[in-house]
Design a protein around this ligand. Sequence first.
Ligand code: NIG
Ligand code: FE
Length: 393
Amino acid sequence: MSTLITNIGELVINDPAGSFGSLTGAALIIDGGQIAWTGLAGRAPAADDIVDARGRAVLPGFVDSHAHLVFAGERGAEFAARMAGQPYTAGGIAATVAATRAASDVTLRAGLRRLADEMVRQGTTTFECKSGYGLTVQDEARSVMLAAEVTPEVTYLGAHVVPPEFGRDTAAYLDLVCGPMLDACAPRAKWIDVFCEKDAFSEDESAAVLAAGRARGLLPRVHANQLGPGPGVRVAVQAGAASADHCTFLTAADVDLLASSATVATLLPGVEFSCRQPYPDARRLLSAGVTVAIATDCNPGSCFTSSMALCVALAVREMGMTTQEAVWSATAGGARALRRTDVGHLGVGARADLLMLDAPSHTYLAYRPGVPLTAAVWREGRLAAARPQVLGG
Ligand code: NIG
Ligand code: FE
């Protein structure tokens, strides 16, 4: 069963290796869950079914390469306190850890599915999901197990913070993280992550966590340079990490390291928005030749948004990116950060993950900030969300 989507005002195809690319007055054909053809609408071959886009834009679905979705409780009061002048610290994580440990599987699964659905309805067709609010062998294992129910991009983040019952005995906790906890989580995870920060884990500790994960077949990624300058980017690049995430406080040496490596800089502007911090300078990274991804970091503490559209708007307005760069980073860039070649672009053979906007061009994601622009979403060629009046002939 093939479907032709025609009369597309702007079709964002993307070059996964390089840059934004688009066609106006375009069409595409989905077949077998993949993109089978793209081109000018007037030249489209026949298909079993036709969807008239009526001039709307079609983009690759967003690839959100950084999210913490397995948790219980919320921290709205902590956010309000921040807006009243308190700084963000890693300390709030303990509150979510306590709520998560106390929650049943049913509660955790329901919260996770609600957020996963919320993402898809906003055009996110691939997302990563971390553990990191369990921090016992049993609670990390169930976090990873639940995450694996909703995405193949599962990250083991036992090294989020040292939980309170370990006091200052970081070494004892890391024995657990790199031993029995890793054994319990590795079979269902693809990635290992560590929060490399003054309030969390040091350079040597972070490198040891990533090495232990690697030995179990997990691929490294790092929470780096979020709260201040530090060794996070260096740890990430030296470990050959797919991505160094946050990159809010970078030295010139960090930028050079990223530029000379295959490590993607994943920027999370929702965090700077929600923590009232200075934004990273994406322009500086792009000028140096660094590959930049944009993701939400959706979590109950530092940033509780699942909206990639908001992150694109912030990247454009606050981080010096063009609209084309921001959309590439939120799609193809995210795919690079997850080492995926089948998503983030709409070349022939790509997964048919599509976002149709109720707008004629990708620019509207930043031009009309805060406005729900999702007209329809397809995942692997199947309609996953649609406004009632959009596809009705
Ligand atoms: O990516 N930095 C560490 N972890 C999360 C925040 C977790 C939380 O505050 O609950 C982050 O910002
Ligand atoms: Fe995070």
